[in-house]
Design a protein. Structure first.
Ligand SMILES: [Zn+2]
Length: 237
């Protein structure tokens, strides 16, 4: 991943493993959404050791940020917070992957063809994201992939632009950035554009992330996101 970042001339690279990929929270919390495979870290120490190794590889001119992507859900907000807040992090992303009952957003919504039901799920998803922005469970800077539900359902409610604007206003007030996510740009470029417009109207910051899970995905669609930043005169970082 670092070599891929270097090849793209990235001067600062953030690695944000999912909090659900650590043994302790994985075992004690039944996350509604997890990666079925991939490495499980025994402890934060094991994760930190990887960063020490990365530093030894010495990519001159590239700063490596040690971070996590932390799931938000009211049902385990406190518990995840306690795990993550054992340490200080260079960057924390927050994301919503499940509904309040613990059901995986993507799995539940996929296949729903009834518009009324799809709309309700979208509203519920955005409500949880507003809740996440209001929460101090971990000191995160970025709400990650805010329109990820579109991967499961394209049937968005008619008032979607207002909902996105609401979300962006909360983000602005809470001093959080909304992510223009490289993976979301892959399958819903128009929606990410609408998100960018909402951010511009609300004056909230955006963050550009590739959501890379493999070296080939590093820097994915970041140029497209940068074009949105320019077009709508957004503040990134
Ligand atoms: Zn995620």
């Amino acid at each position: 991943m670092l070599a891929a970042a270097k090849a793209n001339n990235i001067s600062e690279y953030s690695i944000t493993e999912h909090a659900s990929q650590f043994r302790e929270p994985r075992e004690s919390i039944r996350f509604g959404s997890i990666h079925p495979n991939g490495r499980i870290f025994r402890s934060l120490k094991e994760y930190n050791d990887e960063f020490r190794k990365a530093d030894q590889l010495a990519y001159p001119g590239m700063k490596i940020n040690r971070g996590l992507e932390v799931d938000f859900s009211p049902r385990f907000e406190k518990k995840v917070g306690e795990f993550v807040n054992q340490e200080a992090w260079d960057i924390l992303l927050c994301s919503v992957h499940e509904f309040e009952d613990g059901k995986d957003i993507e799995k539940i919504v996929r296949g729903i063809v009834d518009p009324a039901s799809a709309h309700e799920h979208w509203r519920e998803y955005l409500r949880l994201e507003r809740m996440a922005l209001e929460s101090d469970f971990v000191p995160f800077k970025v709400l990650s992939h805010p329109v990820r539900i579109t991967r499961a359902s394209k049937i968005a409610p008619p008032e979607l632009d207002e909902l996105l604007l609401d979300l962006a206003r909360v983000a602005r007030r809470r001093n959080k950035a909304l992510e223009l996510n490289g993976r979301d740009i892959d399958y819903a470029p128009e929606l990410v554009r609408r998100l960018a417009i909402a951010c511009s109207k609300a004056g909230c910051r955006v963050s550009l992330g590739s959501d890379a899970h493999h070296p080939r995905e590093v820097f994915r669609n970041v140029k497209t996101a940068m074009a949105l930043v320019k077009e709508f005169d957004l503040e990134s970082g």
